[in-house]
Design a protein around this ligand. Structure first.
Ligand SMILES: Nc1nc2c(ncn2[C@@H]2O[C@H](COP(=O)(O)OP(=O)(O)OP(=O)(O)O)[C@@H](O)[C@H]2O)c(=O)[nH]1
Ligand SMILES: [Mg+2]
Length: 466
């Protein structure tokens, strides 16, 4: 991705499939020069260089590619008070895609270049207009797959998450400053911050991080991530598998666990947890065993109805069958050879109970929750099938939440270590190291630390023109 903000960039900023109105957007130092060559104001006295506040100027766009002059309105932000803090212009006209393409080509001939995806928002971010979570939220708004996604993205854009963390960052910087001042004056034996005060402040810092983590987990759960339901007969090991997958994933923090017992029919309700399989965030749903012979007025019947509902709502169904039940296994594998199974995966459970090797095909995997064998394969298949079926790459909002949660957990670990050190004498330097580490991870969330891969990950997901 090109990061050079001294280029003047341009892109079509409206839907590509045609609409009543369309727009070409530009940002950069040469915006006015470029417009001078292709746009004339209706008011012939009006010089673009003389415009000093945001203005709307009706006029005509000229291009040999189009032929006749094209009526349009120029929205001009001439100064640093724009989205990108550079001169920004938008040429609004008819929403015809070939017309807009021609306009884009013309402004590029007049000195602009075509913007990379997300480059306008990247400039806003580099200019300090947005922090990284807000930039991701812009993407979240564009990408929102439902009302809840939109609400979450908008509240993120409003800075709900970063404010308390920014305050915390200030406090930690203050603690670090005092610790370092103490180190500078170590020989004079001047103490800048007492041990008790330090413990108190670090303890309070951990509480703030914990609260933010809690907030994050609410967000991840409310956002519309793909659903993966564990289905199958009673007692086949669904809840055990659910727990193993939750424990081994970078789960968005939660204490949710399913009850496991040797009695069939243990799970009555359904239990869910949001997990992050290497960047792909999804919701796992443990369901009640699928027993076809239940009386229609029993609690079991209700449980079955709930399971049916989850089966319908799921984006991917894990059909759990005990590996030892060779007849069922063979039938299931045979059935899968003939039918389209893109939203289903057969999981042969309790593989540790079977002595012979288990032969599986593409849409079946064997695993054991007890030994951990095959769990990696289950995770990989879940990711592969979700990506293949619905093109999920982890919703933006959920990805942000998972990325931020990971950084916050690391910040918390560093704070915990620093607190442990507080009870020892003469280790201020080590405490300062841990506080620095916590600050680094906090910075990844609130936007003072930007590693190249985070920037690439966020901005390359944008569509062009945003
Ligand atoms: N040997 C072995 N036993 C397992 C494994 N997974 C689960 N079990 C046992 O199988 C029994 C049922 O496990 P659950 O996870 O409760 O099964 P479930 O499918 O959720 O059962 P219901 O909720 O009743 O439908 C328990 O006694 C587990 O300890 C496994 O991988 N290997
Ligand atoms: Mg269960």
């Amino acid at each position: 991705m090109a990061y050079d903000p001294s280029d003047t960039i341009a892109a079509i900023g409206t839907a590509s499939h045609g609409a009543a109105r369309g727009m070409v957007r530009m940002s950069g130092p040469q915006v006015l020069d470029c417009l001078d060559r292709c746009f004339t104001c209706d008011d012939s006295e009006q010089r673009l260089e003389a415009v000093d506040t945001a203005s709307v100027l009706p006029g005509e766009f000229h291009s040999e590619l189009i032929g006749a002059p094209l009526r349009c309105e120029l929205f001009l932000w001439p100064s640093a008070r724009s989205y990108t803090r550079q001169p920004v212009a938008e040429l609004h006209t008819l929403g015809s895609p070939p017309l807009l393409e021609a306009m884009l080509q013309e402004v590029c001939q007049c000195g602009a270049r075509v913007a990379e995806p997300g480059e306008f928002t990247l400039r806003a971010f580099l200019a300090g207009r947005l922090d990284l979570t807000q930039a991701e939220a812009v993407l979240g708004v564009i990408d929102a797959r439902g009302q809840r996604d939109l609400d979450t993205a908008l509240s993120q854009l409003a800075g709900g998450l970063s404010r308390p963390l920014l305050e915390l960052r200030e406090q930690l910087v203050q603690i670090l400053a005092e610790l370092e001042a103490g180190l500078d004056f170590a020989e004079e034996d001047i103490q800048f911050i007492g041990q008790n005060e330090l413990s108190r402040l670090l303890g309070a810092a951990r509480q703030t991080v914990a609260a933010a983590l809690g907030q994050m987990s609410d967000r991840a759960e409310s956002s519309e991530v793909p659903r993966v339901a564990l289905l199958g007969a009673p007692n086949v090991g669904k809840s055990s598998l659910f727990n193993s997958l939750v424990e081994s994933s970078q789960a968005v923090p939660s204490t949710i666990r399913s009850i496991v017992s040797r009695n069939a029919g243990t799970t009555r309700d359904y239990v869910t947890a949001v997990v992050d399989f290497g960047g792909l965030v999804c919701e796992l749903i443990d369901t009640a065993g699928d027993d076809l012979a239940v009386a229609s007025d029993s609690i079991d019947h209700l449980a079955q109805a709930m399971t049916d509902e989850q089966r319908k709502r799921a984006d991917l169904r894990l059909l759990c069958i005990e590996a030892a039940n060779s007849e069922l296994v063979e039938n299931a594998l045979a059935a899968f050879k003939t039918q389209d199974a893109e939203d289903q995966l057969v999981v042969l459970t309790k593989s540790d109970t079977v002595a012979r090797p288990i032969i599986t095909t593409g849409s079946a995997v064997a695993c054991s929750s007890q030994t951990g064998e095959g769990l990696d394969a289950v995770r990989q298949q879940i990711v592969r099938l979700l990506q293949q079926n619905r093109g999920y790459d982890g919703s933006t909002v959920a990805t942000t939440a998972a990325r931020c949660a990971e950084s916050l957990r690391r910040a918390d670990e560093a704070l915990e270590r620093s607190l442990d050190l507080c009870s020892r004498l003469g280790v201020e330097e080590l405490i300062a190291d841990e506080v620095r580490e916590a600050l680094y991870h906090l910075g990844c969330v609130v936007g003072t630390v930007y590693t190249e891969d985070i920037l690439d990950r966020v901005f390359s997901q944008f569509c062009i023109g945003k």
